[in-house]
Design a protein around this ligand. Sequence first.
Ligand code: GDP
Ligand code: MG
Length: 262
Amino acid sequence: RTGADVVVALPVGTVIFDDETNEVLADLVTAGQQFVAAHGGRGGRGNSHFATSTNRTPTEFETGTEGEERSLRLELKLLADVGLVGFPNAGKSTLIAAISAARPKIADYPFTTLTPNLGIVRWGETESFAVADIPGIIEGAHEGKGLGFQFLRHIERTSFLLHMIDVSEWATEEPVKSFEIMRQELAAYDEPITTRPFAVVATKIDVAGDRARLRELQKYCARHRYTCFPISAATREGLTELVTYVGQQVAQLRAAPCETHS
Ligand SMILES: Nc1nc2c(ncn2[C@@H]2O[C@H](COP(=O)(O)OP(=O)(O)O)[C@@H](O)[C@H]2O)c(=O)[nH]1
Ligand SMILES: [Mg+2]
């Protein structure tokens, strides 16, 4: 007999790999998308199938065949337009909370959240984009130090990056240095990611003291022609400008997705 199908529900963004060959079998990017992982066997036929007018009690029967069996690996990769990339404490979660309805934990131990936070940012009249707070860029993340590596894969499917850099007077790292380390980490993880469009966000300008660090970062960005937004999620200074700019970038990228998605 034919058995019932086994249907497994998975979140949108799940990539299905053949665990032995590493081949990508399916990429579930839209709601309702289905993938047949393994076909069932053919059903068997019992002895009643073999009954004839002369033999009403046949002993003959046919067994069904075994179903397919295979080993799959599932990886959840976030689908967000914008990825916030930065060292722990840079202000990523605070920014998400300030520009969306998401309520991530703030100032939490950097690795306690195992899933990145996702927020929908509304801008303009009716437009919106999805932003993901990608925790855990730390030096050596690409080598799998800490949990950094686990999170880096979530960046893969964002089309625009924001490099979050703390320019407050108590930041533990010089802004330019922290930017350069971040870029190196990304390049080491996946070189093509570094060609993705990005902007720099100088965070916590409400506590930037004499703003020497902010100016230094701005000079560096001007020299490299990087767009830089000074913001304070605490006072909301610069947030409208940032959101409008990012919204426009995302809209452009959506209009020409082939050129920008790796
Ligand atoms: N004064 C000030 N503090 C901020 C601002 N943004 C974040 N913080 C603080 O910086 C710390 C780290 O912020 P969080 O958003 O958790 O950083 P994350 O690790 O990058 O997610 C928290 O104590 C926040 O309250 C800001 O704009 N101004
Ligand atoms: Mg955080």
